[in-house]
Design a protein around this ligand. Structure first.
Ligand SMILES: C[S@@+](CC[C@H](N)C(=O)[O-])C[C@H]1O[C@@H](n2cnc3c(N)ncnc32)[C@H](O)[C@@H]1O
Length: 253
């Protein structure tokens, strides 16, 4: 059993002394790396990020393909999960993020896709969403949730905006179980990835933050327990790529 005191409350970038400071640092960091974000995402994950989002979209298809489903993709960044969810689906999807520069890139991609009804991308903080209670059938987030300054508050805010029987789907990195694979993963994420990230983005701190934030985040079974504690039902998760990524699913009763 994990000691609840030992669990992380929220992300903690180096030197951040309060939740507001942590949020501000995260927003500034993503704003700085936005121009190279997509390139580095695909390069550093060896294109696996596309598969993880596609698998998420497939898992959620029964919800996405209902005609009047309303979806919020939180921490949408440059929009890649929102675009993957949209793929062939009939639902109405909105993307939200608190980094203006990431959203500018998402909007450019939406325009380039020449879609008859482009996905709207709007600026919002995941901890203070500008939506009424029970607005969405599905709330998703890919690789964004881990960066929130308070995880329980984030889950409660998502709970608030979900309709009854609405689904939460969170795709996040996880550390593989102890063993040679985890050692290889740690070597890659701690020694190789920050160097390539720093070299291409020019931002050493941002790509050193990534592995630190992953190893501080919950293990999948811990996160499942937090979802249950906040009040979600039907909590489950699927591991991908040797346990390095987890898709967490649950329902607001
Ligand atoms: C690693 S990126 C993920 C982007 C996208 N979902 C993807 O799959 O590529 C994390 C995103 O979360 C956003 N973010 C972090 N904390 C946030 C918050 N409190 N509210 C809104 N967006 C947040 C950042 O601005 C950044 O764009």
């Amino acid at each position: 059993m994990t000691n609840p005191q030992a669990l992380p409350r929220g992300t903690q970038p180096e030197g951040a002394k309060s939740q507001d400071e942590a949020s501000r640092q995260v927003r500034e960091m993503f704003t700085r790396i936005a121009p190279r974000y997509d390139l580095l995402n695909h390069l550093l994950s060896m294109q696996m990020d596309r598969l993880w989002r596609a698998r998420t979209s497939r898992e959620l298809r029964p919800i996405l393909w209902r005609p009047d489903t309303v979806v919020l993709d939180l921490c949408c960044g440059t929009g890649d999960l929102a675009f993957a969810l949209r793929h062939g689906a009939k639902s109405h999807i909105i993307g939200a993020d608190f980094s203006h520069t990431m959203l500018v890139r998402a909007r450019e991609k939406a325009v380039a896709a020449n879609d008859a009804s482009p996905i709207p991308f709007l600026e919002a903080d995941a901890l203070r969403l500008p939506f009424p209670d029970r607005s969405f059938d599905l709330v998703t987030s890919a690789f964004g949730f881990r960066n929130l300054a308070n995880y329980e508050d984030g889950l409660k805010e998502i709970f608030r905006v979900l309709k009854r029987e609405g689904t939460i789907g969170i795709l996040e990195f996880a550390e593989a179980p102890p063993g040679i694979l985890r050692d290889a993963y740690r070597f890659y994420t701690r020694s190789v990835l920050p160097k390539i990230g720093a070299w291409i983005s020019g931002d050493r701190e941002a790509y050193a933050y990534l592995p630190r934030s992953v190893s501080r985040f919950f293990r999948p079974e811990e996160f499942a327990a937090v979802l249950e504690r906040v009040g979600y039902a039907q909590v489950r998760y699927h591991l991908m790529t040797l346990g390095s990524v987890a898709l967490h699913l649950a329902v607001r009763p």
